[in-house]
Design a protein around this ligand. Structure first.
Ligand code: HSE
Length: 436
């Protein structure tokens, strides 16, 4: 059988990885897929840069539609990124009856529902393993490996840039800005790091995992997103003293009131395996009712790790393209007519534990007035750390870890605590998850 002809849109780092890995492992891949895979055309506006990547292994064109319209091409890999032209091209490829493989998390998170509907109508496959956690086969695990389970929650370190920055802040006591600059110098963070440091990239990935885990539409627009820009090294230190690490987690949970979908810095017990994931690595912890806790670890970015996921999708396309579309694994794991529009809960309604840091006057009755406010909101204290006031100072840091409570109760308590004359600054609040 002739190799399947693949068109590549966007010849960057990952595209280079796809060429390299396809080339190196050609024989193994063909033995698995039952058919060869050949990239027969590449589209990129920057022909010179593209040539450095493609190295003569395929013709390069500047018009992406030339790839999409080529009748010999059966699969289009979209590696352009973003949700502008990439969306247009993916929809055009689908309209031409091409299967699509994409690494574009933003596209799937924001326009996934529309893209899947179009693909369903046309009977083509849209595969996006590389969109979440790079080389970790988490989509496959959630969609197929864990299919017997009622998945209860997922918590993931799904942004390598921020995990690298947090590791540097913890290891070296650096301020956020300094750690970010280092990450940029080392090539871990982009020149414009907004999507990473503001938690948007992690929210894209969390939204996709949430949809697949719970059989709901992709609901990025309902995700609560907080990044790491406000995180102070002192909180990382205090968390450490209390036996916790701070990670930027993408969290999605099933509750009796709806789904929680949130990205924010989170204290997690230092003795959890996921807490030791350092540097630019990714990890995703999934709790299923039958299997219990599972943990997936690996590189979330980079040429070959991402190519590993892209090529796995290509092999899936080869294997399943001749299967009746109704009998393929559904895009979001659940049969289309069984996808339920479960509500994503507003943040006030979610339940979690909290780390609070208060700057307070070091005087009689201060602690009592704070614990009274917490008790009024039915918030139970789990641990308390009072730092000794520095010599000559009449103020001190008070750290409180709470048991689980509703976010709106905690916000109300914080508002009241901040009104006390003995509270000397805003209360710093970081959510805490035991992940047990
Ligand atoms: N910028 C992402 C990260 C990789 O830092 O993990 C691609 O999503």
């Amino acid at each position: 059988m002739n190799p399947i002809q693949v068109g590549l849109l966007g010849a960057g780092t990952v595209g280079g990885g796809v060429f390299t890995v396809l080339n190196r492992n050609q024989e193994e891949i063909e033995r698995r897929a039952g058919r060869g895979i050949e990239i027969s055309m590449v589209a990129d506006l920057d022909a010179k840069r593209a040539q450095e990547i493609v190295k003569g292994r395929a013709p390069i064109v500047s018009d992406a539609y030339a790839v999409i319209r080529d009748p010999n091409i059966e699969v289009v890999i979209e590696l352009i990124g973003g949700y502008g032209i990439a969306k247009e091209l993916v929809l055009a490829a689908i309209a031409q009856g091409k299967h699509v493989v994409t690494a574009n998390k933003a596209l799937i998170a924001v326009h996934g529902n529309e893209i899947f509907a179009a693909a369903r109508d046309r009977g083509v496959i849209v595969a996006f393993e590389a969109a979440v956690a790079g080389g970790i086969p988490i989509i496959k695990a959630l969609r197929e490996g864990l299919t017997a389970n009622r998945i209860e929650w997922i918590a993931g370190i799904i942004n390598g840039t921020t995990n690298f920055i947090l590791s540097e802040m913890r290891d070296k006591g650096l301020d956020f800005d300094v750690a970010l600059k280092q990450a940029q110098e080392l090539g871990y963070a982009e020149a414009d790091p907004t999507f990473d440091i503001e938690g948007i990239d992690a929210a894209h990935k969390a939204s996709i995992m949430s949809a697949i885990a719970f059989g709901v539409p992709v609901q990025f627009d309902k995700a609560h997103i907080e990044g790491i820009t406000q995180l102070a090294p002192i909180d990382i230190r205090y968390a450490e003293e209390l036996g916790y690490r701070i990670k930027l987690l993408g969290i999605t949970k099933r509750t009796s009131h709806g789904i929680e979908l949130r990205v924010h810095p989170t204290l997690i017990p230092a003795n959890r395996l996921i807490a030791s994931v350092e540097g630019a690595m990714n990890a995703v912890q999934v709790f299923g009712d039958a299997v219990g806790t599972t943990l997936y670890y690996g590189k979330g970015a980079g040429a070959e790790p991402t190519a590993s996921a892209v090529i796995a999708d290509l092999v899936d396309v080869v294997r399943y393209q001749s299967v009746d579309p109704d009998k393929r694994v559904p895009y979001l794991a659940f049969q289309e007519d069984r996808v339920i529009n479960t509500v994503v809960m507003p943040m006030g309604e979610i339940t979690t534990s909290y780390y609070l840091r208060l700057k307070v006057a070091d005087q009689t009755g201060v602690l009592a007035s704070i614990t009274k406010i917490l008790a009024e909101q039915d918030i139970s204290i789990d641990a308390l750390l009072q730092k000794e006031a520095l010599q000559g100072q009449s103020q001190t840091d008070l750290i409180i870890l709470s048991h689980q409570t509703q976010e709106k109760k905690m916000l109300l308590a914080i508002e009241k605590i901040e009104q006390l004359s003995t509270t000397l600054g805003p209360v710093i609040k970081i959510r805490l998850e035991e992940l047990s």
